[in-house]
Ligand binder design. Structure first.
Ligand code: ACO
Length: 323
């Protein structure tokens, strides 16, 4: 059977680092509060010359280099973003143009922090049904542009960045020993739409708006939703949770990550944590974390890797793959 196999990875971060100490000069907060409640120590913030498309392009080029491919080899680009350069056209076609591509198909996906999990799942479906052979799956965000920089309860949490994977069609036996995406589980429940949202949009206010969040409400639901879709993934492939080599979660808050790992009995040595360095970069956080752990040699060929995320909507989901 056809499997979508990871052929390359890459990432890109803005030039400017903003530490918690610097945040202290912007809003009424402290390094101690931020570290204790979230685990975040710094985040990267895009400059005027940096956008979701420019960061996404850099991540895509890095992933193509890592794969030993060129844009000519790609026939699908999916960009997960909630902070597109324009309302339309899609950031994906912007990046396609920046890469000098005129062939194939390119579109955006919007599932907030779960965007990358949704995008990998969609690319996998395209590849398995023969609609695409090689896909660039990109998570690219500039949440700094939709933050209310006077709201200390949200502005300290987020950062900007981009990450990308190249997925390629390959032959598998149809077993959990195959390399590639083994199973994916997507969920959403729009009854929570007002707990984490942006208070603007083209069809409502005609403005871009700012991120608003009931942090405690999000926190309350996060661990249960995340652990549910992880259990679903392992049940689907009939593997025990102990078989996991790496849990690569969405990087929102180290307490949510530790709570989920603890509930599932996954030791923290098997969890990739980058929220301390990147903050919450929404749909970019998983591919950024993957790039860190694959570059430093932790994630190796054949490893069983679980991607999971939960975010605005609420949306949540998991992808289990063999690297
Ligand atoms: N610095 C200092 N004090 C602060 C700050 C800050 N930056 N922000 C809030 N406080 C204060 C509050 O005003 C409150 O003070 P009070 O007790 O005098 O009223 C106190 O700290 C506690 O506030 P809480 O909101 O109850 O703090 P909590 O422990 O819940 O932590 C947090 C807040 C970190 C936001 C937590 O709720 C959380 O992580 N929630 C999940 C958020 C999340 O993961 N969101 C991303 C989802 S992904 C996506 O789709 C974008």
């Amino acid at each position: 059977m056809i499997r979508s196999i990871v052929r390359g990875f890459g990432s890109a971060l803005p030039k400017r680092v903003v530490t918690n100490r610097e945040m202290e000069s912007m809003v009424d907060t402290t390094d101690e509060w931020i570290v204790q409640r979230t685990g975040i120590r710094q985040r990267y913030i895009a400059g005027e010359d940096e956008t979701s498309a420019s960061l996404g392009e850099s991540a895509a080029r890095a992933a193509l280099d890592n794969a030993g491919l060129t844009p000519d080899d790609i026939d699908l680009i999916i960009v997960a973003t909630s902070t597109p350069d324009n309302t339309f056209p899609a950031t994906a076609v912007n990046i396609q143009n920046r890469l000098g591509m005129k062939h194939g198909a390119a579109f955006d996906m919007q599932a907030v922090c779960t965007g990358f999990v949704y995008a990998v799942t969609t690319a996998d479906a395209y590849i398995r049904c023969g609609l695409a052979r090689r896909a660039l799956v990109i998570g690219a965000e500039t949440f700094s542009r939709i933050l209310d920089w006077n709201d200390r309860t949200t502005c300290v949490l987020f950062g900007d960045g981009a990450g990308a994977l190249v997925l390629e069609a390959g032959e598998g036996e149809g077993t959990s020993d195959d390399r590639g995406v083994l199973t994916a589980h997507l969920r959403s429940d729009g009854s929570h739409k007002d707990k984490l949202y942006v208070d603007g949009g083209p069809s409502s206010t005609g403005t871009v708006g700012h991120l608003r969040m009931e942090g405690r409400e999000v926190f309350k639901h996060a661990v249960g939703m995340i652990t549910d879709v992880i259990v679903d993934a392992f049940e689907a492939v009939k593997l025990p949770l102990e078989a996991i080599d790496w849990l690569v979660p969405h990087q929102a808050n180290v307490r949510i990550i530790e709570g989920s790992a603890k509930k599932l009995g996954i030791p923290m040595e098997k969890v990739v944590v980058t929220v301390d360095q990147h903050g919450n970069t929404s749909a970019a956080s998983i591919p950024l974390a993957l790039a860190v752990a694959a570059s430093d040699g932790r994630i190796k060929k054949g490893d069983l890797v679980l991607l999971e995320a939960m975010g605005g909507g609420f949306t949540w989901g998991s992808v289990l793959l063999r690297w």
